[in-house]
Design a binder for this molecule. Structure first.
Ligand code: SAH
Length: 228
């Protein structure tokens, strides 16, 4: 059963038709099935997470540049990753690579609480500000190396990394609850990855492959070592 929608708070009515069209595209073309994810994406004003000059392009199904050479993920990949996490309103979620904060805002609409990490200080600060301005209070964005996880709030029901590493960082696995799900891009090259889902069971970890993807690199102690 689909729970009733949370109050829309200060969610913007601007670009509503474009948002509805984006959601129809996710449903029909990409076969996103989770109605809670689709509803969250119909509500979160994506245009407020992109540079002002790109606002009219915010609802196309593509990634866009944000500041500091990073990107806001493509709507399809946000929807797919969120769906794969299988969260509900009681879930505690860890996010690595908050970037613009768009994925953070979507997660906050479907989960109980979100602890998000971003390694670039300006991005982290702006993401937190946007999220608060939208009236979202169950998500916190902090600046540090997310490959270490966020031990203070562990264990998590779900974890998502929006940057590609050579493998899943050990601390993220350690901070996952038994029964928890982790989704992240993993690849031996910095530029292309496979979308991997890891399920923690009482016997260990099970890995699934969810296809090719291309993310910016995950840089940190358990990721890639430097910018290039
Ligand atoms: N979901 C975000 C995607 C941002 S791109 C959005 O839609 O806006 C990925 C982000 O991961 C970048 O902002 C980059 O700075 C960040 N990142 C890379 N390595 C990281 C690390 N070790 N810890 C935290 N953030 C990291």
């Amino acid at each position: 059963m689909i729970p009733p929608p949370a109050p829309a708070g200060q969610m913007s009515q601007q670009y509503r038709p474009q948002r509805e069209r984006m959601v129809e595209h996710l449903r029909k073309h990409h076969r996103i099935r989770d109605e809670r994810v689709l509803r969250a994406m119909a509500e979160v004003p994506r245009h407020l997470f992109v540079p002002e000059a790109l606002r009219s392009n915010a609802y196309g199904d593509h990634a866009l540049p944000i500041s500091a050479n990073q990107t806001i993920s493509q709507p399809f990949i946000v929807a797919r990753m969120t769906e794969l996490l299988e969260v509900d309103s009681d879930s505690k979620v860890l996010e690595i690579g908050a970037g613009s904060g768009y994925q953070t805002a979507v997660l906050a609409r479907v989960a109980g609480s979100v602890f998000a990490i971003e390694r670039i200080a300006d991005l982290a600060r702006e993401a937190q500000k946007r999220i608060r301005e939208l009236g979202i209070y169950n998500a916190t964005v902090k600046c540090f190396d997310g490959t270490l996880g966020w031990d203070a709030h562990a264990p998590y029901d779900a974890a998502l990394a929006a940057a590609g590493g050579p493998d899943v960082p050990e601390p993220l696995l350690a901070q996952l609850k038994v029964g928890g799900r982790l989704v992240m891009p993993v690849g031996q090259s910095r530029d292309t990855q496979r979308l991997v889902r890891v399920l923690r069971t009482d016997k260990g970890f099970e890995r699934e492959d969810h296809g090719a993807c291309a993310f910016v690199p995950l840089i940190g102690r358990y990721g890639w070592t430097n910018e290039k």
